[in-house]
Design a binder for this molecule. Structure first.
Ligand code: GLN
Length: 499
């Protein structure tokens, strides 16, 4: 079997090969490590690699398979977003502040993948403290979109996104505070799911905006995402917002037919600001769902336009509080020279944080200050409730909501770096689900011709009601049975490029 074929396999197929001992985890891991060596210098998807640790896990997985007690992901190499603390691994969150930080413990998500016998391939690049939509705020440099190297992969989970798209891992983890799994999934052409808030533990996941942050899978297909969710989801008493629910099998509903499914199309998602090509791809996807027996209902989410302003009050407010822990005392960057304690705090933070993070800390501190709290923070919380209520009303009429995941295809690196508001608008269709705590996913739905003739992927967003992940995965999986967008991989245009 050629390498190019091997990298395109599903998680289930990798599992079958491993468990039937047609390939060992060490061989599979080495194959991915080799690809990473070959392509990562130009793509920059990984921040930290540790071959010794990775191969030790692969060896342990082979022993577990030999002993006959493998789990579905045992021996499969997974990339971890560098927001998750992993014991003994450099864990930077994309920031100079943590550039030399070695995590002393594992995030719950890492513990769960370890327990499943998955192999940690490395830590992936990301926007600094997950603030961004293009991966350009990373202290470790931008990430190339594997479909077109002059484009961004989206953000903040840009490294995981590029790694999945370029087949530099079998699957990856991401986190989504306002769209950071779904927007990169759309821009890089793979399947990503942000679960209901509270379904995946945030323990050991470096905090950005705690009431919005949620981890989820980034993989080739809905079927793969379901297997990842079976590992990642579950109650953890170390996260006070973790929900104590019965363990679910996210693969259980994949094969249900969609006849009678009511799909709501919010008119606000198809209004001004949506790229015409992206709109066409989404229309075609909806047509496919009609063929599968779904019923289409026009709905309205009237407060959609307020979601970005509300988010950019609440997320910075929470970030300003969360990031106050980086004071140069306990861990993280400390300035080399300072006169007194206050000077040490100021210099360490001035040197350790990048411009976007500073902007958010300033905004957040401002909206929480005594004189402005009522006018901004409190008001934003009230509108957040209205946004959530829009969805409650919408789900009275439909089972899932569909629309674009992002307003455009991948844009050029540098194009939006000087215009924060244009960058923030990337999340116009995703952010309201975070504010409401709802699950959302992006599914490859086709390609658009960009202005310079480059073919770039487009993602269809599926939003579900609380805890409806299994049904959303079913809705995505049925589409992936009749389309092949999710199986397409970029040709890296290098000597051993994948085709
Ligand atoms: N792009 C949004 C931001 O910059 C969302 C990022 C995220 O989901 N982590 O905050």
């Amino acid at each position: 079997m050629s390498n190019s074929h091997l990298t395109n396999l599903s998680l289930k197929q990798f599992g079958d090969l491993l468990q039937s001992k047609k390939i060992s985890s060490v061989e599979l891991t080495q194959m991915f490590l080799h690809r990473i060596q070959q392509y990562n210098p130009s793509i920059n998807a990984y921040i930290a690699l540790d071959e010794g640790k990775t191969l030790a896990q692969a060896k342990a997985a082979d022993a577990r398979i030999a002993a006959g007690n493998a789990a579905p992901l045992t021996g499969i190499p997974i990339a971890q977003k560098d927001i998750f603390c992993a014991k003994g691994w450099q864990t930077t969150c994309g920031s100079k502040m943590l550039a030399n930080f070695i995590a002393p413990y594992d995030a719950h998500v890492i513990t769960l993948f370890d327990a499943a016998g998955a192999v940690n391939l490395g830590k992936t690049n990301m926007d600094e403290f997950a603030m961004g939509s293009s991966n350009e705020t990373s202290y470790f440099g931008g990430v190339k979109n594997p479909w077109s190297f002059d484009r961004v992969p989206g953000g903040s989970s840009g490294g995981s996104a590029a790694a999945v798209a370029a087949r530099l891992c079998a699957a990856a983890t991401g986190t989504d505070t306002g769209g950071s799994i779904r927007q990169p999934a759309s821009l890089c052409g793979f399947t990503g799911l942000k679960p209901t808030y509270g379904v995946v533990s945030r323990f050991g996941m470096i905090a950005f905006a705690s009431s919005l942050d949620q981890a989820g899978p980034m993989a080739k297909s809905a079927e793969d995402c379901a297997l990842m969710m079976n590992v990642m989801a579950g109650f953890d008493e170390r996260d006070s917002t973790s929900l104590n629910r019965e363990k679910e099998d996210y693969s259980s509903a994949l094969h249900q037919p969609l006849r009678g499914l009511r799909i709501g199309l919010p008119k606000e998602f198809f209004a001004e600001g949506l790229d015409a090509d992206v709109g066409k791809v989404i229309e075609n996807a909806i047509a496919e769902y009609k063929k599968l027996g779904a019923e289409i209902i026009e709905i309205s989410l009237p407060n959609t336009g307020l979601s970005i302003p509300v988010y950019y009050v609440l997320a910075p407010a929470e970030a300003s509080s969360n990031l106050s822990r980086y004071d140069g005392v306990r861990y993280g960057h400390r300035a080399a020279e300072y006169t007194d304690l206050m000077d040490m705090y100021c210099k360490s933070r001035a040197e350790g944080f990048g411009a976007e993070v500073k902007r958010r800390i300033l905004i957040g501190t401002y909206v929480l200050s005594a004189g402005y709290y009522d006018a901004y923070y409190l008001k934003a919380q009230q509108i957040r409730r209205l946004i959530a209520q829009d969805f409650v009303e919408a789900f009275k009429q439909c089972d899932v909501i569909m629309g674009p995941a992002a307003p455009s295809t991948a844009f050029k690196a540098g194009e939006k770096v000087d215009d924060p508001v244009a960058m923030y608008l990337q999340d116009i269709y995703t952010i309201s689900t975070n504010l409401a705590g709802l699950p959302g996913m992006s599914v490859p739905a086709g390609f658009s011709q960009s202005v310079d003739g480059k073919t770039l992927p487009v993602g269809l967003q599926i939003i579900g009601n609380y805890f409806d992940e299994a049904r959303m995965l079913n809705v995505a999986h049925q589409y992936q049975q009749v389309t092949d967008w999710h199986t397409q991989a970029p040709n890296l245009n290098m000597p051993e490029g994948i085709t």
